[in-house]
Design a protein. Structure first.
Length: 133
């Protein structure tokens, strides 16, 4: 099982505006957009990973996050070739899991989250890209 940086999830109230800013600042084009689980999602390619911009589309978890925390970093995602094995490793290490099993995520990927109380206050996502693993 391998693990490497994949993306940084950023909660925002205006994904289009932030995408334009990041494209200008970092030459990071939008390479994927979709609406998923109450969020408008944009992935911007940074070369060695992505910014994932998360904007509420109709309530949901990101709207609640923005109400509590305001805009900013939501999670860090680590790419793995086997989300289930990564979850088992975390479980065996005593880490509290948000997801007991992998589930469908944006862009057709399989994902699972680790609870921030076990990871230094950081919401960590494991992501297995579609067609891998």
């Amino acid at each position: 099982m391998t693990v490497a940086f994949d993306h940084l999830g950023v909660a925002t109230t205006d994904g289009a505006d932030l995408a334009a800013t990041f494209e200008t600042l970092f030459d990071a084009p939008v390479v994927h957009e979709e609406t998923f689980e109450g969020m408008a999602i944009r992935f911007l390619d940074l070369g060695g990973g992505y910014f994932e911009l998360l904007e509420p589309a109709d309530g949901g978890a990101i709207a609640r996050f923005l109400d509590r925390q305001g805009p900013g970093v939501h999670h860090v995602a680590l790419r793995t070739d086997d989300v289930a094995a990564a979850l088992d490793r975390a479980r065996n290490a005593g880490v509290d899991l948000v997801d007991e099993e992998p589930r469908p995520g944006a862009w057709g990927h399989e994902v699972a989250f680790l609870h921030p109380k076990s990871t230094g206050g950081v919401l960590v996502e494991y992501v297995e890209h579609a067609g891998e693993g």
